[in-house]
Design a binder for this molecule. Structure first.
Ligand SMILES: NC(=O)C1=CN([C@@H]2O[C@H](COP(=O)(O)OP(=O)(O)OC[C@H]3O[C@@H](n4cnc5c(N)ncnc54)[C@H](O)[C@@H]3O)[C@@H](O)[C@H]2O)[C@@H](O)CC1
Ligand SMILES: Nc1ncnc2c1ncn2[C@@H]1O[C@H](COP(=O)(O)OP(=O)(O)OP(=O)(O)O)[C@@H](O)[C@H]1O
Ligand SMILES: [Mg+2]
Length: 297
């Protein structure tokens, strides 16, 4: 049912479009320790169908990320003196922002991320917050609370940290469906994705579970593939909603389901070929065929 909705939000490929129309996505992340995560997110956005993918990272991460791929536009501004202004210049051109993959937890970088999130909200652009961006949200929930186009994609650890920060009590993990709903409500009904054996998605009004078959392989970086893909799908879903193509569903939740299904399908296909040696790069190679299978057949 959700998969058929997703098929209607995928923009048709026609000769009438110019570069950029199907999505310009920004990733905030990439620092000395982590260069893979922002790369995975940014390349996944392109492979899903965005036209341009920007990475805003620290100076020392930039050359590394550029050398992984000529497809990405890489801005070495995140630890510069005018980081917020430098990133803000690009915001009018972006359709979706993913905050957190490989961001690290240095206070100055988190402060920059926070200010960029505020500027992005003012422009009504979809924002996916993942990884270290969720560390920021645990400390300062108001940064994204109540933002209709905000989506959080925690793994279990990140989810527990968020839950305990908002509810001021230990989380009882026997009923994760209830916990996901409660946390979404506490966050002002923003869309939450708790990743796990099943991915649980809620905007506070109910729970959708995505259990597309993946595999037993849990290599690092799969979450980055998910958040990068979601940056594009969120843009498409909100555009379709504005155009009236999809009604009476939360576009953020539809997009989240799509990104979960896609990640799991990529994992499944890559595992069939590579088994235990499957890595996120192998999964990225499957994005095209997984996408066709799920959303174009
Ligand atoms: N190649 C790269 O550059 C990668 C960088 N990464 C970055 O690494 C940084 C830290 O991310 P982490 O995800 O390690 O966050 P955390 O530092 O919060 O660690 C999460 C921990 O929880 C554990 N965990 C996850 N799911 C669990 C479950 N279901 N049950 C029990 N334990 C569970 C993991 O083993 C990990 O030790 C982020 O910036 C992230 O983007 C990751 O995205 C992986 C790939
Ligand atoms: N036990 C599981 N069974 C099947 N799929 C899973 C399982 N755990 C996670 N996944 C899938 O793996 C993907 C990434 O989830 P994961 O929990 O590994 O994120 P993460 O820790 O943020 O990853 P990353 O290493 O990129 O930071 C999601 O699509 C999720 O559905
Ligand atoms: Mg992660």
């Amino acid at each position: 049912e959700i998969l058929s909705l997703l098929k209607t939000i995928v923009p048709p490929l026609t000769s009438k479009k110019h570069k950029g129309q199907d999505g310009r996505i920004g990733i905030i992340g990439g620092c000395q320790d982590y260069t893979g995560a922002p790369y995975f997110a940014a390349i996944s956005a392109l492979k899903v169908g965005a036209d341009l993918s920007h990475v805003f990272c620290t100076k020392d991460a930039a050359a590394v990320i550029k050398s992984y791929s000529p497809e990405l536009i890489v801005h070495p501004v995140l630890d510069g003196p005018n980081a917020v202004e430098e990133i803000e210049k690009w915001l009018p051109r972006l359709h979706g922002l993913v905050v957190g993959p490989g961001l690290g937890r240095e206070a100055a970088l988190l402060q920059t991320a926070q200010e960029v999130i505020e500027k992005t909200k003012a422009r009504d652009i979809p924002i996916v917050i993942d990884a270290d961006g969720l560390w920021l949200v645990s400390q300062q929930p108001s940064v994204i609370q109540g933002y209709r186009k905000g989506i959080l994609t925690p793994n279990l650890m990140e989810f527990t940290r968020l839950y305990e920060s908002l509810h001021h009590q230990p989380m009882d993990s026997t009923d994760q469906r209830r916990n996901v709903v409660q946390l979404s409500v506490a966050m002002g009904n923003i869309t939450l994705v708790l990743k796990g054996e099943q991915d649980l998605i809620s905007d506070g009004s109910g729970v959708m579970a995505c259990s597309v078959e993946g595999s037993g392989r849990r290599c690092g970086g799969q979450g980055d593939l998910l958040s990068g893909s979601l940056g594009v799908l969120a843009h498409w879903a909100h555009s379709a909603s504005t155009a009236g193509t999809i009604r009476s569903v939360n576009p953020s939740a539809v997009a989240a389901f799509g990104a979960c299904a896609l990640t799991r399908q990529c994992n499944n296909q890559a595992f069939q070929q590579h088994g235990r040696s499957t890595t996120t790069s192998d999964m990225i190679q499957e994005i095209g065929s997984a996408f066709r299978k799920l959303f174009e057949s």
